[in-house]
Ligand binder design. Structure first.
Ligand SMILES: NC(=O)c1ccc[n+]([C@@H]2O[C@H](COP(=O)([O-])OP(=O)(O)OC[C@H]3O[C@@H](n4cnc5c(N)ncnc54)[C@H](O)[C@@H]3O)[C@@H](O)[C@H]2O)c1
Length: 357
């Protein structure tokens, strides 16, 4: 196990993408866990999916009445970011803002270049300049990568030691680029950073562009759901609380700054998988979702699922399986995601019923 080298008391923590699914859950967790810390959230509140959900998540954070400041703004805006870093002197940065989604990147590449590359570059620059004039600056940058970097990796489970040089979507390419850029900044400027490859995250107030949420919307409207690759897909579905638990442990250990034999810094940079490590067949997952939607009363007991289900071929950019090797996470942080899919989907279905019906 690694020792924590960051104490969150009185820290100034920036969460980007704070109105997003993972960001909002992270903000709530930190407000509870680190009451002395000042949490600053930034989000541009874009309408890639219904912004009402983002407003809802922000209202949940506000209800906790913590030491919390929200700024509506874009991380692609360098001037704004620099102002925020100067004003708040962040100790820890958790970068979750990004244009997510594999399929959308095929038709809307601009959004990915803007948020995932320019935005991420701005974050790195702001972190690097936090050390100017001998300031202590950012102690740890934690940023979201994605299981999509594994592309069509044949070997399972996916390990962070595997070669990931063949992205099959622009989204994946931007996430892999983030890891490369962060490594270079770690080496050049001794900026400690950790990249986290999340595996298909789901839960209450999640993202409507993801299959479980989209399926639920469609089934409710009596529409037909399409199950890709004829159902022969396996996904490591990871409940959002497990992701938040992983981040909250990892953020407390910044990769150590060390000098190499050449007198230059060795890059203080690490990458971890955070995934359930128990891939679920898509058809089984849909089956459990159906049962939980009935249980929660989202759909009537006599709902005929078979007439609302269509098996269709594989989509471009998709992969047949995602499966996380979490041994490094277990070794270094004594943790692995463990929430069973039924438990997570039950929480989603119950939330959905309350929110929409
Ligand atoms: N949910 C998953 O299954 C999953 C899997 C792998 C990786 N990730 C990554 O985790 C992170 C969080 O994902 P999420 O599921 O919470 O997505 P999300 O879309 O709910 O959250 C991202 C938030 O970032 C904001 N945002 C986007 N571009 C921005 C910009 N330029 N400036 C400021 N705000 C901006 C959006 O408005 C959104 O609220 C993302 O980086 C995503 O790529 C998510």
């Amino acid at each position: 196990m690694l020792e924590y080298n960051i104490n969150l008391t009185e820290k100034r923590i920036l969460i980007t993408g704070a109105a997003g699914f993972i960001g909002a859950n992270m903000a709530m967790r930190l407000i509870k866990d680190a009451p002395g810390a000042h949490i600053v959230g930034i989000d541009n509140m874009n309408d890639y999916y219904d912004p009402t959900l983002k407003e809802f998540r922000l209202s949940q954070i506000e209800q906790l009445a913590g030491n919390w400041t929200f700024i509506k703004g874009d991380i692609a805006n360098r001037v704004l970011l620099d102002e925020l870093f100067t004003k708040y002197n962040f100790d820890i940065v958790i970068n979750l803002a990004a244009q997510a989604g594999v399929r959308y990147s095929i038709t809307n590449p601009d959004a990915y270049i803007q948020s995932n590359l320019i935005g991420f570059y701005n974050i790195l620059e702001a972190c690097r300049h936090s050390y100017d004039n001998g300031n202590k600056g950012v102690e740890h940058l934690v940023y979201a990568s994605s299981s999509s970097v594994y592309g069509n990796n044949k070997k399972v489970p996916y390990s962070t030691d595997d070669k990931v040089d063949n992205p099959i979507s622009l989204y994946a390419a931007t996430k892999k680029s983030n890891e490369l850029l962060a490594h270079a900044y770690a080496k050049l400027y001794n900026l400690p950073s950790t990249g986290l490859r999340f595996f298909t995250v789901y839960g209450p107030a999640g993202r409507p562009d993801m299959a479980y949420f989209g399926f639920t919307n469609k089934l409710r409207k009596g529409e037909t759901i399409e199950i890709f690759n004829y159902g022969n897909c396996k996904r490591d579905f990871t409940f959002v609380d497990d992701i938040v638990e992983g981040i909250s442990r990892i953020m407390r250990h910044a990769p150590e700054r060390k000098q190499g034999e050449d007198g230059l810094p060795l890059a203080p940079h690490a990458v971890y998988n955070i995934g359930n490590s128990q891939p679920e067949n898509l058809l089984d997952f849909v089956d459990i979702l159906q049962q939980e939607l009935l249980r929660a009363g989202v759909l009537p007991q006599n709902y005929d699922f078979e007439v609302h289900k269509q098996l269709v071929p594989m989509q471009a950019g998709d992969v047949p399986i995602t499966y996380a090797d979490t041994s490094a996470l277990e070794r270094d942080f004594g943790f692995r995601p463990h929430t069973p899919v039924r438990e997570g989907l039950r929480k989603f279905a119950e939330w959905y019923k309350k929110f929409y019906m």
